[in-house]
Design a protein. Structure first.
Lengths: 184, 226
């Protein structure tokens, strides 16, 4: 779990790991490869939903699935159900509530079963029931040997599943605490 | 599983056509601009058939050049809304699929506009072609491709600048001068029948090949530049 004050560099760090920004110094390796070569293994959820307003939820997922070479609807429908959305919903994303967009955005990040999931405030604008449903989903994904790097201010939801708490301050890692120590 | 370039182009093209069908952002703004040019210039002078043939080539391409610029800005703006372009950049798909899908969709939009506007040009400017019409069709195809392929590339280059509406014409127009000169000269040559458009058509072909290849080679760098 990644924490820090506003402007500490949490989102920037996620963008760098996702390969969207270049670090000013040093380099990032994911699973022993450069970020660019490991893109198929990354799921990224940002502040913005990264979805087309004029398309429905399934149409959005179908388009992004093609970019990953996925031609079947099954993993897309599963991803939508897992975040509590109905795959048959014909409504366009522009007409979704903020919470629904947030959940669809998470579905977009997980449909290809990435080994590394980068989540920037996944619980913002989500009602408590949906938030706990998403938290359960993330716990399942973590149990399946996936890595999740999560930025959130709502620590209560996932603090028990975290392995480590990282605290960023002015772009620097100011603390790194194993979960057991943090809860003690 | 890796997606082939053709599948990527098809996915991007289908997505762009669907988005445009639902929003009509691009087509409506292009149509409005092209109609304005046709109507305003028809009020400005009352040409004889001979005068029309000499002027129409220029007027025609002015209308389509600026309409295309409007369309290109719109077509990339929808990729920035909600940060969708970042989702593309995080994916393992080839950047060229996005470029070629967008070039094809923009080409279809501009070609549709031309299909609507050509009869209006004929009507408003009392036009008849002295040369063969098939040559006009070839010039239209090559001219549209030249504008769109270059424009799509430069629109992507300017998309993340603060004044992108201003930046695109500043970047695109100087580079398009050889193509625009060839389009206008070739169109005028066919309409008046006074000279052969062959040299201009050859120039247009060369321009299209060079800029399609250059755009294809450099687009990955443009897309991932921060």
């Amino acid at each position: 779990m990644l924490r820090g004050e506003n402007g500490a560099g949490k989102s920037t760090l996620l963008r760098m790991i996702a390969g969207l920004s270049e670090p000013s110094s040093g380099s990032i390796l994911l699973f022993g490869r450069k970020t660019r070569d490991a893109r198929a293994s990354i799921g990224y959820m940002a502040h913005a939903p990264l979805l087309y307003d004029e398309l429905s939820g399934m149409e959005n997922l179908r388009f992004f699935a093609r970019l990953y070479g996925i031609n079947s609807d099954t993993p897309l429908q599963d991803a939508m159900r897992n975040v509590g959305l109905d795959p048959g919903l014909a409504r366009r994303v522009g007409q979704y509530s903020q919470g629904m967009r947030q959940r669809l955005s998470l579905a977009r990040a997980i449909f290809h079963s990435p080994k590394l999931l980068l989540l920037d405030e996944p619980f913002s604008n989500v009602d408590p029931d949906s938030a706990s449903q998403i938290a359960t989903l993330l716990v399942q994904r973590r149990s399946a040997d996936n890595t999740i790097l999560l930025v959130t201010h709502q620590l209560g939801l996932l603090s028990e599943m975290a392995d480590e708490f990282l605290v960023l301050s002015a772009g620097e890692l100011s603390a790194r605490t194993p979960a057991r120590q943090a809860s003690a | 599983m890796k997606t082939s370039l053709l599948q990527l182009i098809a996915a991007n093209l289908a997505k762009d056509l669907r988005l445009e069908w639902r929003s009509r952002d691009v087509f409506n703004s292009m149509l409005f601009f092209a109609l304005l040019v046709v109507v305003i210039f028809s009020f400005a002078f009352e040409p004889t058939a001979e005068e029309s043939r000499r002027l129409a080539g220029g007027l025609f391409w002015v209308a389509f050049l600026f309409s295309t610029i409007v369309a290109l800005n719109q077509s990339w703006a929808r990729e920035l809304r909600n940060g969708v372009l970042d989702a593309y950049r995080v994916s393992p798909s080839a950047a060229e699929g996005l470029l070629l899908g967008k070039v094809l969709s923009n080409f279809i939009f501009v070609a549709l506009l031309e299909c609507l506007m050509v009869p209006l040009f004929v009507l408003f400017y009392n036009l008849t072609a002295a040369g063969p019409l098939w040559q006009l069709a070839v010039i239209l195809f090559l001219g549209t491709w030249a504008l769109v392929v270059n424009g799509t590339f430069f629109a992507a280059l300017s998309i993340r600048t603060r004044n992108r509406e201003l930046m695109l014409p500043l970047l695109l127009l100087p580079v398009s001068i050889p193509a625009v000169t060839s389009m206008v000269s070739a169109t005028t040559a066919v309409l008046t029948g006074e000279s052969s458009p062959a040299t201009h058509i050859k120039l247009l072909v060369a321009y299209c090949v060079v800029f399609t290849a250059a755009g294809f080679a450099m687009f990955d760098m443009v897309l991932n530049a921060e």
